[in-house]
Ligand binder design. Structure first.
Ligand code: NAP
Length: 316
């Protein structure tokens, strides 16, 4: 089969597109023929060797994918599935996954949509409802609502009865955020966008901010919060200065998250919640860009440098 292999950490060019032997599942594992794989920024950080947890070399990157079961002791061969983690890596035509990381894929979803579910919807659910404790009727700002996690968060928050604002950095992104269900969209590249958000949130302020770029925004987020407001930090690429006094009077919280935290039981609960949202029609992954597997290097350049318009996937 064809797969991406990384034998040394470095730039996008270290991702080689090679013929490799098919992976072989062990007991409790499933072999999936993938038709699409999700590209997440963390895979670019790992490829560069700049992440807190690095796999031994050589390895095939990728956690998320969707395809058809080829071999399994427990699940029906031939069924359509999405996977949320892979033992052998998802940037490949075939991947071995633990059976617990394989879920049925609704007939109304394309494989590309299935590949958009794992990390983005899992992370957004963990951030909103577990770490963030979102409640019906609260107002949430999805700060970075045009990308993989942000589009998922808008849908999940809407479905849970929250009032949702979102941001993007381009006119197309703003249009997508509104089409995806946000009540209002703001351009995080405009100098006065925080004033506009303040005006829209009114005297009460924001109950929660789901933050994709804390290194830019954390200090400016805090004055937007309501009493007992929370900023849930999903993404940050460097240090940032805050004025802690903005937390005190509000008794506000900053909560970091990593989607590596939830164990098997919690992950199963999270994905059954997501599967319910797919079944009732409230969750519909938006795939913005599809790039062939052999051009994974271009996909990594894209996710780190281009404006987001939904989820980026690799196709096989
Ligand atoms: P993505 O698809 O590339 O989307 C990036 C998002 O960030 C886009 O909406 C982008 O908007 C927005 N953005 C860019 N500049 C911004 C700014 N100054 N202020 C606010 N938003 C800004 O990436 P993703 O998969 O959604 O991931 C988002 C972040 O979360 C990444 O940093 C990723 O590493 C992190 N993440 C963390 C976890 C975890 O477990 N903690 C899990 C998944 C992802 P425009 O492109 O429209 O400007």
């Amino acid at each position: 089969m064809k797969a991406i292999r990384i034998s040394r950490f470095g730039g996008p060019e270290v991702m080689e597109y090679l013929d490799v032997p098919d992976p072989v599942p062990e007991r409790g594992q499933v072999l999936v023929r993938l038709h699409a794989a999700g590209v997440n920024p963390v895979e670019a950080y790992i490829r560069e060797g700049k992440y807190m947890k690095l796999p031994p070399l050589p390895f095939t990157p990728g956690a998320d994918g969707a395809g058809i079961i080829e071999e399994s002791g427990t699940l029906p061969v031939g069924s359509r599935v999405f996977v949320t983690s892979s033992v052998t890596g998802a940037y490949a035509e075939k991947a071995v996954c633990a059976a617990e990381d394989v879920y049925p894929l609704s007939d109304r979803m394309t494989f590309a949509q299935g590949a958009a579910l794992g990390v983005p919807y899992g992370t957004a659910t963990w951030a909103l409802f577990y770490r963030g404790q979102a409640k019906r009727g609260e107002t949430v700002l999805i700060h970075g609502a045009s990308g993989g996690v942000g589009t998922a968060a808008v849908q999940l928050a809407r479905a849970a009865g929250l009032r949702v604002f979102g941001t993007a950095g381009t006119p197309e992104g703003l249009e997508l955020v509104k089409r995806n269900g946000a009540e209002a969209a703001f351009n995080h590249k405009e100098p006065d966008y925080l004033d506009k958000i303040k005006g829209a949130a009114g005297d009460h302020g924001l109950d929660m901010i789901i933050e994709m770029a804390a290194h830019h925004n954390l200090g400016k987020d805090l004055p937007l919060l309501a009493k007992s407001g929370r900023v849930v930090v999903i993404g940050s690429r460097g240090p940032v200065e805050i004025d802690a006094r903005n937390l005190m009077g509000r008794e506000a919280d900053i909560r970091g998250i990593t989607f590596f935290s939830p164990g098997a039981e919690l992950r199963a609960e999270i994905y059954s919640r997501i599967s319910a949202g797919i079944a009732d029609g409230s969750l519909n992954p938006i795939v913005g860009t599809a790039i062939p597997l052999g051009e994974a290097g271009r996909a990594h350049q894209h996710i780190m440098t281009s404006s987001a318009l939904g989820k980026l996937v690799l196709t096989m």
